[in-house]
Write a protein that binds this ligand. Structure first.
Ligand code: BGC
Length: 252
C-alpha cells in the first residue's frame, strides 16, 4: 500500500528546494530544483515560487508536503519567529492547494526533519523517545515516540537562564557572536542538559547545516543520552515533508 512517491518542498530563509521523493528509499527520485526565497517571503509570494517549482516536474501528480519554520496546526500557520508575520493565521494547506491545484500539506520544518531521520536516518529503528533538534537560524525540535510524531514541540523557545534558548544556542548565535566551538559547546551543553532533565530521551539527533561539522562540537558535550548527527542533512526537510504528505493522504 505504499505510494512510492510524494513531492517534498523545503521552504527556507534563503532557498526553496523541492523534488519528487521515493518513499521506499527516502531519497529524491529526480534532481532537486532550488529557487531563491523571495526577499519579501509572504505566503502569496512563496506560493508563486511553489507553482514555478512544481512546473519543473510536470510528470509528478503526487501529494505535496511543504516545510514551514513555525507552528502548524491543521494546516494553519500559528507562529512566525523567523519569517514574515503575515504567515500567522494563514491556512497554508488551503492557500497552496488552491495555488498549485495539488493536495498540499504543510508541516513544521523540524517535525519534517524528525520524521525523515526516524524513518530513514540517524534514528532508524530507535525505540522510545527521540528528540531531533535542528541548529540553524532558530532551534527546531521534533519529539518522536516509537515512531509517532508529537508535533509542534517548539523546544527552541524554552526559557533557559532568562533567555529564549535559540537566541543563545542556535547556530545563528554562534555566527552572530563569533563564538569559538568550545564556547558554543558550553551553551549547547546547557541546552541539551535541560532537555535531558525534562524529557529523559533515548536519543538526540542534531541536524541543521552545522551538523556537517558535528565533530567540532558533539564530542565536547557531556550527556547521559546518546547524541548523534543527523544523516539526511540538507535533504531531511523535503524528504520528511513528502513523507508527511503521503501519511496525511493515507498513502504511506
Ligand atoms: C520556530 C520553529 C522552527 C525553528 C527552526 C523556530 O524559531 O519557532 O517553529 O522549527 O525555528 O526553523
Amino acid at each position: 500500500m505504499t505510494s512510492t512517491h510524494a513531492f517534498g518542498i523545503d521552504f527556507g530563509g534563503t532557498g526553496i528546494k523541492g523534488a519528487p521523493v521515493d518513499l521506499g528509499k527516502g531519497d529524491f527520485s529526480a534532481e532537486r530544483v532550488r529557487i531563491k526565497t523571495p526577499a519579501k517571503s509572504t505566503p502569496k509570494n512563496v506560493a508563486e515560487v511553489f507553482v514555478e517549482l512544481l512546473a519543473s516536474f510536470p510528470e509528478s501528480t503526487d501529494p505535496v508536503g511543504v516545510t514551514v519554520p513555525g507552528v502548524v496546526r491543521h494546516g494553519v500557520v500559528r507562529t512566525a519567529a523567523n519569517i514574515d508575520e503575515e504567515w500567522i493565521g494563514t491556512d497554508a494547506d488551503k492557500l497552496f492547494s488552491e495555488a498549485t491545484g495539488r493536495e498540499v500539506h504543510v508541516v513544521n520544518d523540524a517535525d519534517a526533519a524528525g520524521l525523515a531521520e526516524v524513518r530513514y536516518g540517524a534514528a532508524r529503528d530507535q525505540r522510545g523517545l527521540v528528540i531531533v533538534t535542528t541548529l540553524g537560524t532558530g532551534i527546531g525540535s521534533a519529539l518522536v515516540y516509537d515512531g509517532v510524531l508529537v508535533p509542534n514541540s517548539e523546544l527552541g523557545h524554552l526559557e533557559i537562564d532568562g533567555h529564549d534558548a535559540e537566541r543563545r544556542a542556535a547556530n545563528s548565535a554562534r555566527e552572530r557572536e563569533d563564538l569559538s566551538w568550545s564556547h558554543w559547546a558550553k551553551r549547547l551543553q546547557r541546552y541539551y542538559s535541560t532537555l535531558e532533565q525534562l524529557f529523559s530521551p533515548d536519543l538526540f539527533v542534531v541536524g541543521g547545516g552545522v551538523s556537517k561539522q558535528s565533530a567540532q562540537f558533539l564530542p565536547l558535550l557531556d550527556l547521559e543520552t546518546k547524541i548523534v548527527p543527523a544523516q539526511l542533512r540538507n535533504d531531511a526537510g523535503a524528504v520528511g515533508a513528502a513523507l508527511y504528505a503521503a501519511e496525511r493522504e493515507g498513502r504511506s
